[in-house]
Design a binder for this molecule. Sequence first.
Ligand SMILES: O=C(O)CCC(=O)C(=O)O
Ligand SMILES: [Fe+2]
Length: 463
Amino acid sequence: MVVCTHCLFCAAEKAKACSHGKTSYVGPYLQQLIISSFHAYKKTIDPSAGWPSLIVIIIAPVQYTDSHPTSINNATVWIAVAPEPAQHHAVYLSKPSCTLPPIATSTNETAAQAPAPLVAERKVVLGEAAGIPIIDFSGFLDDTAKDEVAKAVIESFKRWGFVYLKNFGLPTEQVDEMFNWASAAFTLLQSKQFFAQPREVKMLAPHPGIPHINRGYIPPGIEKFTQSNDSEEVAEIRHKEPDVIENFSCGHDDSILGKNIWLPEGVLPGFNEACQQFYWKCYGVEISILKAIAVALGLPEDYLAKSHSGRDQSLRLMHYPSVPAQKLVDGEISRIGAHSDFSSITLLFQDDVGGLEVENPDRPGEFISVPPVPRAVLVNAGDFMQRWSNDQIRSALHRVRAPPGMTDGMTPDRYSIPYFCSTDFDLTVDCLPGTYSETNPKKYEPITAGEYITQRLASLYHK
Ligand SMILES: O=C(O)CCC(=O)C(=O)O
Ligand SMILES: [Fe+2]
């Protein structure tokens, strides 16, 4: 049996002579099998080790190896295929340093000894950082471990209010899961370029000065993150310990958070587009996470997602300029004061500088340093999710301080991108079914997201 690997990725139909000069039996079944094995396998790769340049897929026992390698994601792919579907079970992958494993040949009667797999079995919880679980989200996206992933996510939200997710890409984009991370990295890069512009340029997209509007550029010294709603108290805290940050926010033009305020065309080519594209990419990720939360709470999968149309989210590029570390340690200035987020969930993409801290669930008032994990998005639940879940899910206090262990010299600049996911602002949020009972009554009055969030945004922004 001769299989042309090129045909695996073209639409050659069963039993048709393929255009590459071989007899192809690669119909949709085998094509699907190989592509899905490849995806399943790909997810077990530690992405921090980099994308391999050589991938060997062997569907054992091996009958034939195509001598024409094809390529996926610029990696060379060799494929060997056994004729019987029942034998199609093993996929192997090789790092760049590996040479092509010896291909065993076999007859139909004697199965070849398949080489040992090079990677471990797929797990839902990949590890933890500062105690917070790092979860492989792909099992939820491809339905192979839906309940397990949903359960792991909600347990982490209940205990920490935070969870790290890896492989969080949309199912349709799994052809290149790297792309999801790459687009976060790309947006971080765009963000650096934006903040590197002189103040006059950034002020070409100025925040309009209306507190609840969350659009445009806010220079350092204007915002102060606190839990307080009292403007006098905020003024005092701001004076004592100003937040040294600048940021740029954007979203959907139809939101009550305001129309987008972009840089004029031609000022920083590609910036506005990168923000818009990343906004929608994040929205896709948000919807998947909301589905996982609903599944874990025993609700229909779309229960939470259907009230998040994508209109009232905010993408915020944050820049924490370099400051004397000692001043941060002494509390003379702050990067972001302790606060909880207002919305349903927040996706947080950060560079590798560190400094984010989360309140220790076992010791209120104490904060734990939460490191950036390569290629993981950190997701936290906001006040709305806490209200919605009748306090089952935690909206944890968090803040940004000096990078861990740094007490003198100048801190590096830090860049992060939170994406705040909100229910549509006109939606009234009441406790979710199943989160209250006669013995555990509702703890919150219904409230609209708009009312709550505009109130909180107003207390954040001061001229
Ligand atoms: O920059 C960070 O890591 C945190 C940002 C944050 O907590 C926020 O913007 O609400
Ligand atoms: Fe936050």
